[in-house]
Design a protein around this ligand. Structure first.
Ligand SMILES: [Zn+2]
Length: 78
């Protein structure tokens, strides 16, 4: 079962299958509220944006293509 938690300041993703720590394909589903300001010609500009929902759908390793072995591990000590 893949671990779909997001890494935080102390953790990172790791592919347990091949050891990749740095490259992942991430699919997210987000829902936003935006303030659109249109000029008189009708050209819109998004002046502010608020994220209402931001869900992680899948994380896949770029090296081996597997999404089954992604885990969250501690970052190295700096
Ligand atoms: Zn991998």
């Amino acid at each position: 079962m893949p671990d779909l938690r997001r890494p935080d300041a102390d953790s990172r993703w790791r592919c347990a299958q091949c050891g990749n720590l740095t490259r992942f394909d991430v699919v997210r589903r987000s829902r936003t509220r935006e303030y659109w300001h249109l000029d008189l010609s009708g050209e819109p500009q998004v002046e502010s944006s608020e994220t209402l929902v931001d869900e992680l759908e899948s994380v896949t390793c770029r090296w081996c293509g597997s999404g089954a072995a992604i885990e969250v591990v501690a970052r190295p000590d700096r």
